[in-house]
Design a protein around this ligand. Structure first.
Ligand SMILES: CC(C)(COP(=O)(O)OP(=O)(O)OC[C@H]1O[C@@H](n2cnc3c(N)ncnc32)[C@H](O)[C@@H]1OP(=O)(O)O)[C@@H](O)C(=O)NCCC(=O)NCCS
Length: 193
């Protein structure tokens, strides 16, 4: 994979850009001045990050895998150590599918009823391949979402969810928090953190 170098990224005008950020040359960004990225982040090929009015905030040690999209007018927040697997889709805005309105960006807004609500993916949360996260959802710290799930409700901390719609399956071990402490202790202090 070919990544931009840091000097190139600093010219783009991110709201915030940390250190050791790897962004594929095949990823695309919209509303870049409303996107914040922490340290040690990797964004892979064919990702689309489209930040609306409230922006996108990505923490540190976050991996966004191939073909992931983050789209919507309301705020999207991705916590430290979270991961978005390939082809997962995070929406903070959605059209109204009820039939009472037209849909899509090609018709005037007074014919549509777009719903926008913030999405929060907590620290250490992982979203499985192909999962869809809908507007207004908050995935708490350490929750995990199975592949191809549709997440339409909030998820509790350190629970594994799967299915359409996503339902709780089992608890998730908290040992990863010990590993985080150990990793942080080994990292050099970053003055920007
Ligand atoms: C959700 C997940 C973590 C559960 O794994 P697990 O703990 O080994 O659980 P199991 O395979 O024993 O499955 C438990 C139950 O959940 C069901 N299940 C598992 N994954 C599911 C999924 N994605 N959607 C719907 N049901 C699922 C299983 O069929 C099983 O049901 P049963 O008890 O009726 O037989 C895993 O299946 C998964 O989806 N991982 C995503 C991995 C991924 O996307 N990786 C991308 C690269 S990082």
């Amino acid at each position: 994979m070919s990544f931009y170098d840091h000097d190139e990224l600093t010219k783009w005008g991110f709201r915030k850009l940390g250190s050791n950020v790897l962004i594929s040359r095949r990823a695309s960004f919209h509303g870049i001045q409303r996107i914040s990225i922490g340290n040690n982040v990797r964004i892979d090929d064919f990702c689309v990050l489209s930040a609306g009015e409230e922006g996108i905030s990505i923490g540190s040690h976050v991996h966004i895998a191939v073909f992931v999209s983050l789209i919507g007018a309301a705020k999207i927040t991705i916590g430290d150590f979270a991961g978005l697997s390939g082809r997962s889709s995070i929406y903070s805005s959605s059209d109204d599918f009820s039939g009472h309105f037209l849909t899509g960006p090609t018709v005037p807004p007074n014919y549509t009823n777009v719903i926008s609500r913030p999405v929060n993916i907590g620290r250490h949360a992982v979203v499985g391949a192909g999962a869809v996260v809908l507007p207004g959802v908050s995935i708490a710290e350490g929750a995990a979402i199975g592949a191809l799930s549709v997440v339409n409700r909030d998820c509790d901390p350190f629970i594994i969810y799967a299915g359409t719609p996503a339902r709780p399956l089992k608890s998730r071990d908290r040992h990863l928090l010990d590993l985080e402490m150990s990793l942080r202790a080994s990292e050099p202090t970053n003055p920007n953190q």
